[in-house]
Design a binder for this molecule. Structure first.
Ligand SMILES: Cc1cc2nc3c(=O)[nH]c(=O)nc-3n(C[C@H](O)[C@H](O)[C@H](O)COP(=O)(O)OP(=O)(O)OC[C@H]3O[C@@H](n4cnc5c(N)ncnc54)[C@H](O)[C@@H]3O)c2cc1C
Length: 165
C-alpha cells in the first residue's frame, strides 16, 4: 500500500470497491500538471478488470502531463449524503493509483469506445458507431493499469451494511 489507511474499519473489500468503479459515471483524474501544480480533471470512464479506460481529445493539459509522468490517481465518489445534524457526510468512494498509457492499436481503441458507448448510451449502438467514426481522428483513448485501489465509506454506512442502525 502506498499509504496506510488509518481507519481500517472503513476499508471496503475488493469486491465492493470494484462495484464503485463499475457503477461510477464520473471520476477525477489527478496528474502531475504544468508548473508543478497537480491537475485534477473530471472525466467519464469505464472499468474493466483492473483497468480504467478514458477517452479525450488528442491534445491538452492532461495529455501533456501524462506524457511527462505516466503515474496517475483516479478518484470516484459513489455517495456523498450530507447529514447536517451530525455535521458529517455519509460518503463512499474509491481511489486508484496506476500507470496510464495511450492506446495505439485501432482495434483496441475501438473496443474501448464501444465499452464506453455501451455504458453511457445503452441501446444506441448504431448511433454510437457513427459517433465513434466521426470523432475518430481527434480521439485519444487512455488505459490506466491499476497498481492499487482502495474503497472507503463513512462509519455510519459501515454500521448499516453490518446490520446496525
Ligand atoms: C462530468 C464530466 C465528465 C467529463 N467527461 C469527459 C470525458 O470523458 N472526456 C473528455 O475528454 N472530457 C471530459 N470532460 C471534460 C474534461 O473535464 C476536460 O475539460 C477535457 O477533457 C479537457 O481536458 P484537458 O486537460 O485537455 O484541458 P485543456 O483544454 O488543455 O484545459 C486547459 C485548462 O482549462 C481548465 N479546464 C479544463 N477542463 C476543465 C473543467 N472540466 N473544468 C474547469 N476547468 C477546466 C484547466 O485550467 C486546464 O488547465 C468531462 C467533464 C465533466 C465535468
Amino acid at each position: 500500500m502506498l499509504h496506510e489507511m488509518r481507519r481500517k474499519k472503513q476499508f471496503l473489500s475488493q469486491e465492493l470497491t470494484e462495484e464503485i468503479l463499475d457503477r461510477g459515471v464520473t471520476g477525477i483524474l489527478a496528474v502531475s500538471g504544468a508548473g508543478d501544480y497537480p491537475y485534477a480533471v473530471p472525466l467519464n470512464f469505464v472499468y474493466e478488470t483492473g483497468k480504467i479506460y478514458l477517452h479525450c481529445a488528442k491534445a491538452g493539459h492532461k495529455l501533456d502531463a501524462i506524457r511527462q509522468n505516466n503515474k496517475v490517481s483516479f478518484c470516484v465518489i459513489d455517495k456523498d449524503d450530507i447529514i447536517p445534524e451530525k455535521f458529517t457526510t455519509n460518503f463512499r468512494s474509491a481511489i486508484a493509483f496506476g500507470t496510464v498509457r495511450e492506446l495505439e492499436d485501432d482495434a483496441e481503441k475501438l473496443r474501448v469506445m464501444r465499452l464506453l458507448n455501451r455504458k453511457y448510451a445503452p441501446g444506441l449502438e448504431l448511433e454510437g458507431e457513427k459517433e465513434i467514426q466521426s470523432a475518430w481522428k481527434a480521439l485519444a483513448v487512455l488505459e490506466i493499469q491499476i497498481d492499487q485501489v482502495t474503497g472507503k465509506e463513512a462509519m455510519d454506512l459501515v454500521k448499516m451494511r453490518n446490520g446496525h442502525s
